[in-house]
Write a protein that binds this ligand. Structure first.
Ligand code: F6P
Length: 531
């Protein structure tokens, strides 16, 4: 297939970008008072403001040409038909089937089992080995078996059931498990062992240690009342000693980082209740329907993807800050790091060739306003062009009087400042107009180059429905970028090499084999630990 870089659509976009390269965002706003109206898109009660991106109104139809050239609609059809578009792992990609209105029978069966289990826990019908009700759930998983439900549980804090505390343990650092278990009562604690493969070292170690903690207090027989599992590998679940009646399955056509909607969402459903979990699925489904049907210029995931490509490939931006002005969304950047970087942090395309252009920028971020008092200095005056993605909600999820207006004011102020900057003349005028006037030598420090592009996504509120739609929005953005760059967004070979080497180092660190066959730095570090 012709690389997208060699297509007329790409060349057209390149020419458009060239024409905009020396134009400051401030000028674009000054020349077009209707810019916001022209470059913001609505979906239901959502607003996506792209007007602070370095695009012209003509850019979006040009970028839509890339959507057609790469045949995104054709790839959507292939995905939905269950074709094995994850070709390197020979797997279909059907996470959207988990949230269909009428799910396929195997999905419906697991959802019904989750509903019953949540009801049994919440009603107190399911009790621990000593007859006490479950008050604490500890999800043990990592990557896609942790980040989605963890982020969503945090995001929906306002919706969580007061009688249920859900904790997450991921890191193989014993500190994660030990600090979580401190203060928990074994007789009231349920462990959810979540692992698609049920082989992941971190999860298996944490699960074994959790089991030892529980059985030390309640005995071996207590395991069946205090451990449930979520996995595609039910044979391994049984081998671990978890009764399959207490196991929730999913399938190889659900990628780990796309698995929130499967039984991997169980800890979230336990935290918020199954009805609200279903509302999350409904929100994702609404976004699916939008993505599958809307033309690219009105299609939110498509627009996010096209703008990311524009910034990375035509403006050379190497990093993007995700800045949710919502404390409840503080884990969103971390969640998106896996979703986007594990999916698109690749330079080899579907044909085994170099992609030939930069792919995904480095993604990072922090909840506003906290980030303002940490790293925004660099965004404003670090001399490094980068993109920002602001996310805000019209309504507060915790409406404490006097707070939300300040939060929104800060959010909109930051994107405005990044866009327009402050000129030398403005800095000088500000100093001169101050009472008493400020010294003019300060002027260079008060200049802001501006011209930092950003997107703002304004949601009505943070509830299960809108969160579901938000996560699905990013999933579809990732899918679209994968198609545009001709990358398989669903494998993750890049995480294997380190695991492989760790496997050879472990016996050396454990003292089971002599240190050898490694570079001098690695050997030196191991020796220093053992000395
Ligand atoms: O980090 C690699 C990875 O395979 C992720 O893609 C996955 O989400 C994570 O490990 C956990 O895998 P599992 O659910 O099989 O334990």
């Amino acid at each position: 297939m012709t690389p997208i870089l060699n297509t007329p659509a790409w060349k057209h976009a390149e020419r458009n970008a060239h024409g905009l390269r020396d134009v400051h965002l401030r000028e674009l706003f000054e020349h077009d008072p209707q810019r916001f109206q022209r470059l913001s898109v609505r979906w239901n009660d959502w607003l996506l403001d792209l007007s602070k991106q370095r695009i012209a109104p003509a850019t979006l139809p040009i970028l839509a040409g890339l959507w057609d050239t790469a045949d995104v609609p054709g790839w959507i059809a292939r995905m939905r038909a269950g074709e094995k578009i994850n070709h390197t792992e020979d797997r279909a990609v059907l996470h959207t089937a988990l949230r269909e209105q009428t799910p396929r029978p195997e999905v419906a069966t697991v959802l019904a089992k989750m509903r019953d289990f949540c009801a049994a826990i919440h009603s107190g019908q399911w009790r621990g080995a000593t007859g006490e009700t479950i008050t604490d759930v500890v999800n043990i998983g990592i990557g896609g078996s942790d980040l989605g439900p963890r982020m969503a549980t945090r995001a929906l804090a306002a919706q969580c059931l007061p009688q249920m505390k859900v904790h997450y343990v991921a890191n193989v650092d014993g500190a994660d498990l030990a600090t979580t278990l401190a203060g928990l009562a074994p007789q009231r604690t349920l462990f959810v062992i979540a692992s698609k493969t049920f082989t992941t070292q971190e999860t298996m170690q944490n699960a074994a240690s959790a089991r030892a903690w529980l059985t030390a207090a309640l005995g071996e027989a207590a395991v069946s009342r205090h451990f449930v599992a979520v996995s595609t590998a039910l044979d391994k679940v049984a081998a671990f000693g978890i009764d399959l009646a207490n196991a929730f399955g999913f399938w190889d056509w659900v990628g780990g980082r796309f698995s929130l909607w499967s039984a991997i969402g169980l800890p979230l459903a336990l935290a918020i209740g199954f009805d609200k979990f279903e509302a999350l699925l409904a929100g994702a489904r609404a976004m699916d329907e939008h993505f599958f049907s809307a033309p690219p210029q009105e299609n939110l995931p498509a627009l996010l993807a096209l703008v990311d490509l524009w910034n990375a490939d035509f403006f050379g931006l190497q990093t993007c800050a995700v800045l949710p002005y919502s404390q409840s969304l503080e884990l969103l950047p971390r969640y998106l790091q896996q979703l986007e970087m594990e999916s698109l942090g690749k330079h080899i395309d579907r044909d085994g060739k170099l992609v030939g252009c930069p792919t995904l920028p480095i993604l990072w971020g922090e909840a506003g306003t906290n980030g303002q008092h940490a790293f925004y200095q660099l965004l404003h005056q670090g001399g490094r062009p980068l993109a920002c993605e602001f996310i805000a909600c019209k309504e507060a999820d915790f409406p404490v009087p006097g707070h939300h207006e300040k939060l929104l004011a800060n959010c909109f102020a930051q994107s405005a400042a990044l866009m327009k900057g402050k000129t030398e003349a403005e800095a000088l005028a500000e100093l001169e107009g101050a009472v008493p006037p400020g010294p003019s030598f300060l002027a260079p420090y008060k200049i802001f180059p501006g011209n930092q592009p950003s997107t703002t996504l304004l949601l009505p509120r943070l509830d299960p429905y809108n969160l579901g739609a938000l996560v699905a929005l990013y999933e579809h953005k990732v899918f679209t970028l994968g198609v545009l760059w001709h990358i398989n967004a669903f494998d993750q070979w890049g995480v294997e090499y380190g695991k492989q080497i760790a496997g050879t180092l472990l016996p050396m660190i454990e003292g089971k084999t002599a240190i050898g066959g490694v570079d001098s730095s690695t050997a030196g570090l191991i020796a220093a630990c053992k000395a």
